[in-house]
Design a protein around this ligand. Structure first.
Ligand code: FAD
Length: 460
């Protein structure tokens, strides 16, 4: 009997445990459910929508060349899946459905409802562990979740070593010819010069990064003008590349260079992805717009729409913040150091609710991923688990001098500052600002910092 594999944020054929396991049992077919209404409620960006559609188009052709059907169901919300998937199974006589679980609350509820509907329809279902490097829960000695990253990471690495496995191979070509029913999307391209939906190119990006940059990652990763990070996040968010693929590349280049793969700083960064995703499973409140630290619910946020808009548009008068926000708006991506600077600026210096920043990022990011985004925002706002202490307020000018010393990155996105020297670009003098037509700072750093710290101190 043909097995049905439901693809969600794991849009790939290779290194896919459910596809691999299902094909051990017989022929397979694939399904994706489009739920744009739900994704809009989750503030997902048009950029991510477009990339998803383009990946599905590519996958459809790849699957077709292997005689594997890919059904694309056009639904609205997650709740529609509980009807649509059993109906598809009945229509095509699929007897078993496979997927990899997802951990945020809405996704988990959706999966439970689909599983229940399948059971009622006497269709079997195989729910595999989430799409992580270490898919099993990483627990402490009391069998509880870790709330701090470093001990999580130590345990994570131990489990990883015990469970090491190579990437799952691509599915084999099937003999039956199939009926294919997908009209390719006419999505608005979003900077596909930067983010092609080409699986071969994605793999090459991974391997090129590992060969050329992974060893220097620790030194380069904080400098936004240097292409020192992998730029794989849009593909990891939609699952266009598998976690074991990343691991294999790290292990291979480490061996080539006589380095210990377990010491890879890039691997440690990938562990953050697992950490935040696993937290979603342990703490359902995180999926409900609640802070990890309940006392921070009492922070009295500033609801100035004007300050918020200035931040969104990259018109704060702080060059590094403005360059970062314009990078986000123009490319759908922002460098990690800048995500930390801009999030600290919004939540501490403007004292604006982190949830507004979280939603704005999600609405623009091509790599918008709920767990990582929520984790990053709660870390920056000091409301999260293992977060920055509340008195840690980034000084945007010092950050800029340190991580973009020549102003090279700033000049790329704030062209009006191009004529300025490395010395003056981080905080131009008022006379220079008015001469070149650049915004005056919307806040006074020292006063704003003091206010932010006392807003958190009041909670004690
Ligand atoms: P690399 O440095 O090459 O890292 C490799 C991969 O590891 C990334 O692609 C990502 O999948 C994962 N990763 C790296 N850092 C983190 C982290 N801190 N937390 C979780 N996963 C991580 N990442 C997202 O994927 N989606 C988001 O929506 C997102 N929002 C963020 C919001 C804020 C406020 C902050 C501070 C961070 C956020 N991050 C998010 C984490 C990080 O900034 C990005 O993953 C990274 O910049 C992506 O670039 P890269 O692929 O070149 O990363």
């Amino acid at each position: 009997a043909t097995q049905l594999v439901w693809l969600r944020n794991d849009l790939r054929l290779a290194d896919h445990p459910a596809i691999y396991e299902a094909q051990q049992q017989g022929d397979i077919a694939l399904v994706v459910c489009l739920t744009p209404g739900q994704w809009q409620e989750h503030n997902e960006s048009e950029a991510k929508f477009a990339l998803r559609e383009q990946l599905i188009d590519t996958l459809f052709l790849q699957a077709k060349s292997l005689n594997i059907s890919l059904h694309v169901l056009h639904l609205k919300r997650f709740s529609d899946c509980a009807k649509a998937i059993p109906a598809l199974c009945s229509e095509h006589h699929y007897q078993q459905v496979w997927w990899q679980n997802e951990l945020p609350v809405h996704e988990a509820q959706r999966d439970d409802k689909v599983a229940q509907a399948l059971e009622e329809g006497k269709i079997a279902c195989q729910r595999l562990a989430p799409d992580l490097i270490v898919p099993t829960p990483v627990l402490n000695q009391q069998n509880g979740p870790f709330k701090v990253f470093t001990p999580f990471y130590k345990r994570w690495l131990q489990i990883l070593i015990q469970q090491l496995s190579s990437p799952y191979p691509e599915p084999k070509a099937q003999s039956e010819s199939i009926h294919s029913d997908h009209q390719s999307f006419r999505s608005k391209d979003f900077r596909d010069d930067l983010w092609p939906a080409d699986y071969q190119a994605i793999r090459e990006k991974l391997w090129r990064f590992c060969h050329n940059k992974e060893a220097q990652y620790d030194e380069d990763r904080d400098f936004p003008a240097v292409p020192g990070t992998s730029l794989l996040s849009p593909y990891l968010a939609l699952g266009a590349i598998g976690p074991r693929d990343c691991l294999e590349a790290i292990m291979y280049v480490s061996q080539q260079n006589n380095r210990d793969w377990q010491a890879s700083v890039w691997l440690k960064e990938l562990a953050w992805r697992d950490f935040y995703k696993q937290l979603m499973g342990h703490f359902p409140d995180l999926s409900k717009s609640l802070p990890f630290k309940p006392e921070t619910q009492q922070v009295r946020w500033n609801d100035s729409e004007q300050l918020f808009q200035a931040w969104c548009e990259g018109k704060t008068g702080f060059p590094i913040v403005d360059a970062a926000m314009r990078q986000l708006n123009q490319t759908g991506w922002m460098h990690n150091r800048l995500r930390m600077i801009t999030a600290s600026f919004l939540t501490k210096l403007l004292l604006i609710d982190w949830r507004k920043g979280e939603a704005y990022f999600m609405s623009k990011l091509i790599d918008g991923e709920f767990a990582a985004n929520n984790g990053g925002w709660q870390w920056s706002a000091s409301t999260g688990c293992d977060a920055a202490p509340y008195f840690r307020v980034f000084n945007p000018t010092r950050q800029s001098e340190r991580f973009d010393p020549d102003g090279e990155f700033i000049k790329r996105f704030v062209p009006e500052l191009k004529p300025l020297s490395a010395k003056e670009i981080h905080d131009p003098a008022p006379s220079v600002r008015s001469k070149i037509g650049y915004q005056a700072p919307i806040i006074d750093y020292k006063a704003a910092r003091k206010k932010a710290i006392s807003a958190f101190e009041d909670l004690k």
